[in-house]
Design a protein around this ligand. Structure first.
Ligand code: GDP
Length: 194
């Protein structure tokens, strides 16, 4: 799959503004600072699809990107940033939950986990949510260029243990080296065809 044209279709801040879209979609979610914006830009060949920010927790909207007029990539706001006040965390929950429930055209989710940090409590909660709503997902282990060889060898085992799931699909990924980009695009096609 090649991504040629990317258009921001809508940025949504409130549950009531979530659009019913005419095409299938695949979403990306993870902790703030996990490397989601970098990953999206790597996938879209630096179309400036998502702004890479040095201020974690800045993006609070759900961004719907129309790809080549055929499907949507959905950038969900990051979670788990310690300095975010409780009211803001609740707003995040309401927004994400409104999005996830009854989203027929959502074909799959890429759940991003920082390979240096491993799955956190918040990542586990996210996974449980996805299981609850029956949404298929693949874990993307980001920033693998930062791992030492030994850490790298243990990566998948560590993630599977963290998620208490031995059959989880994991894609090691780096925006720096572009490792994993092709695999990710392949999984994206699978999701969209399902
Ligand atoms: P987001 O908050 O999830 O959108 O994360 P960003 O894409 O803004 O990245 C957060 C930080 O991690 C930035 O300083 C990026 O430069 C860095 N980063 C992102 N991806 C990678 C990667 O693949 N390798 C390395 N070494 N750093 C990365």
């Amino acid at each position: 799959m090649k991504i040629k044209n990317v258009k921001l279709y809508k940025a949504v801040y409130r549950p009531e503004d979530i659009p019913q879209t005419p095409y299938n979609e695949v979403a990306f979610v993870g902790r703030s600072n996990v490397g989601k914006s970098s990953l999206l830009n790597t996938l879209a060949n630096n179309f400036k699809l998502a702004r890479v920010s040095s201020q974690p927790g800045k993006t609070r909207s759900i961004n719907f990107y129309l790809i080549d007029g055929k499907f949507f990539l959905v950038d969900l706001p990051g979670y788990g940033f310690a300095k975010v006040p409780l009211s803001e965390q609740k707003r995040w929950r309401d927004l994400i939950e409104s999005y996830l429930k009854g989203r027929d055209r959502l074909k799959g989710i890429f759940l991003l986990v920082d390979s240096k940090v491993g799955p956190t409590e918040k990542d586990l909660q996210m996974k449980e949510w996805l299981d609850f709503y029956g949404i298929p997902y693949v874990v993307v282990a980001t920033k693998v260029d930062k791992l030492k060889q030994k850490e790298r060898r243990k990566l998948e085992e560590r993630i599977r243990e963290g998620f208490k799931n031995n059959s989880i699909k994991i894609i090691p990924f780096s925006s720096k080296t572009r490792e994993g980009r092709d695999r990710l695009l392949k999984e994206l096609s699978h999701f969209l065809e399902s």
